[in-house]
Design a protein around this ligand. Sequence first.
Ligand code: PMP
Length: 328
Amino acid sequence: MANIVKDIAQLVGHTPLYEFARYGKKHDLKATVLGKLEYFNPSGSIKDRTALNMILDAEEKGLIKPGDTIVEDTSGNTGIGLAAFAANRGYKLKIFLEADQSIERRKILKAYGVDVKFTTDVPGLKEAKENGTFSLKLYQELIEDYCRKQDTKHFFTDQLSNESNPSVHYKYTGPEIWEDTDGKVDILVATAGTGGTITGLAKFLREKNPDVKIVAVQADINSRTGAGDHPKTIDGIAPFAGEGVKEECKAPFMASFDYDEYIDVSGTDAYATGLEIARTEGILLGQSASAAMHAARQVASRSENAGKNIVVILADNGMKYLSTQMYD
Ligand code: PMP
């Protein structure tokens, strides 16, 4: 039988590039918007690519073997990807989650047999946030310390600075986009969490065509904390530019990244876009994907972009957000 899948790793990548033609027509968009539907990956998000690549690279370097414990801190999707591949390849997995992530993430991780911890369990973290000494570096050191005390041996995949994260997009996601568009990509629109996706893709696309524009998307300042009258947050992404973003809190890949433009999107606009896309295209997007689509619509409506192709990265779908206000 020639066409049987024998390993879930074979299900990663080769995600479809979908033309949002109905949405484009409705808004009289000047450019064509092509969405890379990353929820087609086996555990449902773009982070399957990173999770698998980090495990494969660590195996290849002899750093892990089945039976070992893998550790990661994640807003959810990397954890879910790691959970699927850890189960499939025989690793134990400990995941540190922010307590405010959607409940589905927690339940999915537990379903895969993951040891789920909350960042609030990590000694020293709360104090660091309160006394202003918090940085991403300190955060990771505290998690490492905590794990060291609990496990005699563990491997921290460290998606924030592991080169296997951006490199998987350079090696696979970028070439997929290039092939599927016959090289006709003018603009890339993507959100950033670790920045692995956008920096890896930008490197590949700029090597192919230095004129490709890279548009990075973040949640606007009111939507980051869910505070005040903006309780609509955007899960999975982190701010990297503008007012109130401290250098030591930027993801390392983003801190040194040269994007052409960044766009702030509010949770309110992201959720409204998600709902509209569901009802126009029959595609149920996740929160960051909806934010990316909202930004892509702005870019596609500019007259200078008439006739251009915009590729927008749609990290996951809406199923993980049904407990949030998103599709209420
Ligand atoms: N969207 C969602 C829903 C995510 O989970 C992530 C990863 N945290 C991203 C976007 C950003 O991806 P990256 O870490 O590659 O920047």
